[in-house]
Design a protein around this ligand. Structure first.
Ligand code: ATP
Ligand code: MG
Length: 188
C-alpha cells in the first residue's frame, strides 16, 4: 500500500514539474522543451518499473528491455548474465540508456533504417561488485568525435561518477559509438 501511495505521489510530482515546465517555457525553445519532457518521461518510467518490483532489486534484462521496447525492440540485441541491481542503480541506468538511445536516434545508428544497437553486460573480474555495460552501435552514419558535448553526455558521465564511483568511456568509432559504463554495485 505504501509503495502504491509513493508511486502515486511521485507521479503527481512529476506531472506538476511537467506542467510548470510547459508554462514557464511556453513560447520559448520548443525543441529543448520536448527533450526535457522526454527526460521526465524516462524518469517516470523508471519509477513505474521500480513500483512494479516493489522497490526490490531489478534485473538488467528488465532495465535494458524497457529501453529497447521504447526505442524499437527489433533494433536491439541484448545479452548478459542475470544480474540484479538496486533501485538507485536502476534509475541511473535507465536515465543513461535514455540519453544513449535519444542520441542514437538523433546522431547515430537509430537515425538510419538498418542501424542496430547491441547492449551487453557482465561482472568484471576479479570480484562481482563492478558491473560493466557496453552499448555498441552499428549500421549508422559514419561517426566522428564531436567538438562539443551537450547535456546528454554530461548527465551520463556525472551522474554515474558521482553516485556509483562509475566510469564512462565514449569511443566515437567510425562504425558507430561504443559507450562503456562501469559502476560499483551494492555499495550504496
Ligand atoms: N550515438 C552517437 N553517434 C554519433 N555521434 C554522437 C552519438 N551520440 C552523441 N554524438 C555526438 O556527441 C555530441 C554530444 O552528445 P550530447 O548528448 O552530449 O549532446 P546533444 O545530443 O547534441 O544534445 P542534448 O543531449 O543536450 O540534447 C552530439 O552532438 C553528437 O555530435
Ligand atoms: Mg543528447
Amino acid at each position: 500500500m505504501l509503495i502504491n501511495e509513493l508511486d502515486h505521489r511521485v507521479k503527481n510530482t512529476l506531472a506538476t514539474v511537467q506542467a510548470m515546465a510547459r508554462q514557464t517555457f511556453s513560447g520559448s525553445d520548443q525543441i529543448a522543451l520536448t527533450s526535457y519532457m522526454n527526460r521526465l518521461k524516462a524518469l517516470s518510467k523508471a519509477h513505474e518499473m521500480l513500483t512494479r518490483n516493489a522497490w526490490e532489486p531489478t534485473s538488467l534484462d528488465e532495465i535494458t528491455g524497457s529501453a529497447a521496447h521504447t526505442f524499437g525492440p527489433d533494433r536491439f540485441t541484448r545479452s548478459g548474465p542475470e544480474i540484479m541491481v538496486s533501485s538507485k542503480v536502476a534509475v541511473s541506468l535507465t536515465m543513461a540508456l535514455h540519453e544513449l538511445a535519444t542520441n542514437a536516434v538523433k546522431h547515430g545508428a537509430l537515425s538510419l533504417p538498418g542501424g542496430q544497437v547491441r547492449i551487453s553486460w557482465r561482472h568484471r573480474p576479479p570480484g562481482d561488485e563492478v558491473l560493466e555495460l557496453v552499448w555498441k552501435e552499428s549500421g549508422g552514419p559514419a561517426v566522428t568525435r564531436p567538438e562539443r558535448t551537450g547535456l546528454g553526455m554530461r548527465l551520463i558521465e556525472e551522474q554515474l561518477a558521482h553516485e556509483f564511483g562509475g566510469r564512462t568511456c565514449m569511443a566515437f568509432e567510425p562504425g558507430g559509438l561504443v559507450c562503456t559504463l562501469q559502476l560499483t554495485l551494492w555499495s550504496h
